[in-house]
Write a protein that binds this ligand. Structure first.
Ligand code: ARG
Ligand code: GLU
Length: 734
């Protein structure tokens, strides 16, 4: 009786992985996913998605600036990504007179496209398992440090050899915590020009209030173009360059989709941790996230108050606010989602099943019996250290601008002290960068933040050895601490007399350094950073290495113990495919979220003059005239939609493709109730949010009058005759 019970129980756990969960390695789709994908509605083959031998969809997928995804949508290098991915570039080209963030930007011909000195666009040429090559000469019995050194050496040799042979950028990335290594070859383009961006009132509509939320009404897109040398290969920015001619670009489908339709997202997800044990997930839920959330609560409250009172402050702090609130809001959603879906219970269930299986098999017990207990002990040891890490990072690093800013001078102080001949140059470069700091800095705002977080930082920092200054501050009473923090701002060399400080940096770096070394802000920034880098790292580093090793053993064990279950590696910024369906979700009793939003919903949120919910006049006019052209769906203009694709940060800008591999949307966010998918995906509520390609092209064509760009695109045959402008109809059948 008992035996049957266990077998049944295990069966249930083994297949608990939802059909749609996962971020899959493209070259393994055929083996692991193709049959299921086709069952769900995929009409093309795995080989059409990723192929080594001929061109495939992968040739149209671009790693944009290293952090986002983008896709090629024309034979002339036209690139589609998110507005929030191109934000830095759009901002860099903006000035008070020409505010492209506010008003949008549209190149009306190739000459008007804008170059971006540090922006790159990388296309994956091939990927290959190199585990055996990387493991050559690695003694499994040697200490971890020794093994990692050898692995690093092998990987570097491999990279060097292959880079010389191919001219591509080669990376070797660990998967499954080092159980597997995959080599990735990329062609990296360096001339990527800005083509178009809607005003923020469309591209960032709803800003922080709507961020991570469904229903959503944001047109989060921008357009770039990849340029290459005459040989179609990557080249430095030059007038001689011509638009890149890709091996493949995406076909746009304006015919829409229905609930239940297959979708996939092809891109570069950044980081997930799906295989943590329940204990560590509980630390994230009850310790790490709450600390980080509570500090950011304090900071955001101060920023919000000041931004609402004063327009100049609002402009200065909008980007900083967005940065701090993005993580804050995600973590709140994550904790709620983990609780509401009983993630801990599910993880525990898996661990019980795992232990039960081990107990039936002496070999497995010998190999892996120690893993879970050791891992749990280790994570418990890390707890106080991680809390101190976040104490520093949240309060002193991300929290207080002045503290972070002062760290810039550490290398100057060092090079002056060491008599380095480049010190004067470095000092001049720092001086040149000062304008950027002062432009968006408000001492009253930052001072208030500092006063709030500083006493807590001092209270919570304790790992020995403590730098002298920190020990001294810990010994002070509250009044003395207050006194210190007030003087820290009042007397700060950077703030007291900016002109004088900048000219000192320009002309007399030795004197600047002398002043810095006496400066309270510099001394505190330095001491707290050193404590973080040295005392904390010394204690935490070995534990982190051990955790990495044990996580590797745990996932190896899971795969052996549950051979019938499919495992996907955690995201690591390599190319992946996620697939799911357009489907609603009901995260709260009594609420069912529909899958699509429309322009009516955009209008309903309109608050004239508001910095998050204002709208351009022109869009309102188009709405009033219902002038939607071929972009309408039964008389309404679709804006955003959701599906059950498993995505994370880095998937921003990824294409959403239908069963035929055609472009129907652009990924840019996840629904708040499901942000815990980074730790524990749950089909009942994890949804990715995409802007409908019809809204994107409506904005390009009808709103911006840049419809000339549509001529380079390729459109799927309309299933039902919609009125496409003659010039964008497919010219020949294929
Ligand atoms: N939540 C989206 C992503 O992680 C969009 C972030 C940008 N938008 C914003 N309002 N902060 O990263
Ligand atoms: N906005 C995220 C990004 O920038 C994507 C949303 C997510 O985390 O899923 O990558």
């Amino acid at each position: 009786m008992k035996k049957i019970g266990i077998a049944f129980f295990l069966g249930a756990v083994s297949f608990s992985l939802s059909a749609k969960e996962g971020m899959w390695i493209p070259y393994l789709l055929k083996q692991l996913n193709e049959a299921e994908m086709r069952d769900m509605g995929l009409q093309i083959t795995a080989e059409d998605i990723y192929s080594l031998n001929h061109s495939s969809l992968k040739d149209a997928i671009v790693h944009f600036g290293g952090g986002c995804t983008a896709e090629l949508i024309s034979g002339e290098g036209l690139l589609l990504t998110n507005h929030h991915c191109g934000y830095g570039q759009i901002q860099a080209h903006s000035s008070l007179e020409q505010d492209y963030l506010k008003n949008g930007f549209w190149a009306m011909n190739r000459e008007e496209e804008l170059t971006n000195p540090t922006l790159t666009a990388a296309i994956v040429k091939y990927m290959r398992d190199v585990t055996n090559e990387v493991m050559v000469g690695v003694d499994p019995a040697a200490p971890q440090k020794e093994r990692l050194r050898k692995i690093g050496e092998n990987a570097r040799a491999l990279i060097e050899k292959e880079e010389t042979e191919t001219g591509y950028n080669i990376e070797v990335e660990p998967f499954f915590y080092g159980n597997q290594y995959i080599l990735v070859a990329k062609e990296t383009f360096r001339d990527v020009r800005l083509v178009g961006a809607p005003p923020s009132s469309i591209g960032k509509y709803g800003a922080d209030t709507d961020n991570w939320m469904w229903p959503r009404h944001t047109g989060d897109f921008s357009l770039f173009r990849v340029y290459a040398g005459k040989d179609n290969a990557p080249a430095d920015i030059s007038e001689e360059n011509i638009p890149y001619r890709p091996k493949q670009f995406l076909t746009v489908n304006l015919n829409g989709f229905q609930n239940g339709d297959f979708t996939m997202v092809y891109g570069f997800p950044g980081r997930t941790q799906e295989y943590l044990p329940a204990n560590e997930v509980s630390y994230i839920m009850y310790n790490y996230n709450p600390l980080r959330i509570s500090v950011r609560d304090q900071i955001l409250k101060i920023l919000d108050e000041k931004m609402r009172k004063d327009d100049a402050t609002r402009i200065k702090y909008a980007a900083k606010y967005a940065r701090i609130s993005n993580g804050w809001k995600k973590w709140i959603g994550e904790v709620n989602g983990l609780k509401e879906t009983d993630a801990l219970g599910k993880k525990q269930e898996l661990e019980n099943a795992f232990r039960a299986k081990l107990s039936q098999n002496a070999d497995l017990t010998r190999s892996y019996g120690y893993v879970l207990d050791s891992l749990n002990k280790l994570y418990a040891m890390q707890l106080p250290l991680n809390l101190q890490r976040y104490n520093y990072l949240e309060r002193m690093y991300y929290g207080t601008e002045l503290m972070r800013h002062m760290l810039r001078y550490r290398s100057l102080v060092k090079s002056v002290e060491e008599g380095d001949s480049t010190a004067a140059d470095l000092s001049k470069r720092l001086a040149a960068g000062m304008e950027d700091f002062y432009k968006d800095y408000d001492q009253a705002v930052d001072g208030e933040v500092f006063e709030k977080v500083f006493p807590d930082y001092i209270r919570d920092v304790h790992q020995e050895p403590l730098p002298e200054l920190l020990a001294e501050l810990k010994g002070m009473n509250e009044k003395k601490q207050m006194d210190f923090s007030q003087k820290l701002f009042e007397d700060c060399v950077v703030l007291r007399n900016p002109e004088k400080f900048v000219s000192l940096l320009e002309s007399n770096s030795a004197k600047a350094v002398k002043m810095l070394k006496k400066d309270r802000a510099y001394r505190l920034a330095s001491a707290s950073y050193e404590h973080y880098r040295e005392s904390l790292s010394a204690a935490a580093g070995p534990l982190a290495d051990a955790a990495e090793e044990l996580q590797g053993a745990y996932i190896k064990a899971l795969r052996e113990v549950f051979p019938e279950r499919r495992f996907y590696p955690d995201a690591n910024s390599t190319l992946r495919v996620a697939y799911g369906k357009v489907e609603p979700y009901d995260p709260v009793d009594g609420i069912l979220y529909k899958t699509q939003t429309f322009l009516e919903g955009v209008m309903a949120k309109h608050v004239p003059g508001d910095y998050e919910f204002d709208l351009p006049e022109k869009l309102i006019e188009l709405y009033n005239e219902k002038d939607y052209g071929p972009y309408a769906q039964e008389g309404r203009l679709p804006v955003c939609f959701i599906a059950s694709n498993h995505t994370t940060g880095g998937n921003s800008g990824s294409p959403a493709l239908n069963g035929s591999g055609e472009l129907i949307g652009l990924n840019f966010d996840r629904a708040w109730e499901g942000t815990m998918s980074d730790l524990n995906y749950d089909i009942s509520r994890c949804r990715n949010i995409m802007v409908d390609i019809r809204y994107v092209l409506f904005i390009v064509d009808k709103f911006a009058g840049a419809g000339y760009l549509l001529k380079e695109m390729r459109f799927a045959e309309p299933e039902t005759p919609v009125q496409l402008p003659a010039e964008i109809l497919p010219s020949e059948k294929n």
